[in-house]
Design a protein around this ligand. Structure first.
Ligand code: IMP
Length: 192
C-alpha cells in the first residue's frame, strides 16, 4: 500500500512558501486583525474548503495575542467556483451557508487565495446584504495578475506568483490540500 507522500512524489516542481514562512504570515495577519478588533467580538468566517487551515491557524494565533478581540467565533461557508481546471469563472455555487447570524456582527471573511476576485466579490456582496456591523476580508495568498473585479481586501498575507499553486488547503482536483507548504506542480500533472 502506498502512502500519501508517495502519491505526491514527483509531482512538485518547487516550493514557493515553506511552512514556517506561512506560519509567520499568519502571525502578522493575526496581529493586525487583533489590533483592529481589540475589545470587540469577532466572527471569523472561513471559506471552505481552501481556507480550512488559514482560519484555524489564524483563530489560534489571535488567541495568543493580548488585548485582542473580546471573543472569537469561527464559522464556515462552503462554496464551489465553476471554471476550467485552474481558473474560476465567478459562477459560485453555495454548498453550505453560515451557521452563525451575520447581521450586526464584526465579520472577517477568510479566503485562501484570490485570483480573478469573482469568488470573493460574490461572497462579499452576499454577506453585505445581511447587514453585518463591519465586514472585512482577509486573504492569505494574493494573485493580483488576472483580477477582473476590484474587490476590497483588508488583510493580505503573501504575494503569490502567477502560477497555479497547491498546498496549505489549496487543491488540484481535491488533492494536495494537506501539503504543509505552498507549491507549484510539475506541468505533466495537468495533462493526466
Ligand atoms: P477567484 O474567483 O479567481 O478569485 O478564485 C478563487 C478560488 O479559486 C479560490 O478560493 C480557490 O479555491 C481557487 N483558486 C484560485 N487560484 C488557485 C490556485 O492557484 N490553486 C488552487 N486554487 C485556486
Amino acid at each position: 500500500m502506498s502512502t500519501v507522500s508517495e502519491t505526491y512524489e514527483g509531482t512538485i516542481e518547487r516550493e514557493i512558501y515553506s511552512a514556517p514562512q506561512i506560519a509567520g504570515a499568519i502571525e502578522q495577519l493575526a496581529a493586525r486583525i487583533a489590533a483592529d478588533f481589540a475589545g470587540q467580538p469577532l466572527l471569523l468566517l472561513g471559506v471552505l474548503k481552501g481556507a480550512l487551515y488559514v482560519v484555524t491557524d489564524l483563530a489560534r494565533a489571535i488567541a495568543r495575542i493580548s488585548d485582542g478581540p473580546s471573543e472569537v467565533i469561527v464559522d464556515f461557508i462552503c462554496v464551489s467556483s465553476y471554471g476550467n481546471q485552474t481558473r474560476s469563472s465567478g459562477e459560485v455555487r453555495m454548498l453550505k451557508d453560515t451557521t452563525e447570524t451575520v447581521t450586526g456582527r464584526n465579520v472577517v471573511i477568510v479566503e485562501d487565495i484570490v485570483d480573478n476576485g469573482l469568488t470573493l466579490e460574490y461572497l462579499h456582496a452576499l454577506l453585505a446584504e445581511r447587514k453585518p456591523a463591519r465586514l472585512s476580508t482577509c486573504v492569505l495568498f494574493d494573485k493580483p495578475y488576472h483580477r477582473r473585479v476590484d474587490v476590497p481586501i483588508d488583510y493580505v498575507g503573501l504575494q503569490c506568483p502567477d502560477e497555479f499553486v497547491v498546498g496549505y488547503g489549496l487543491d488540484y482536483q481535491e488533492l494536495f490540500r494537506n501539503l504543509p507548504y505552498l507549491a507549484q506542480l510539475q506541468p505533466w500533472v495537468f495533462s493526466t
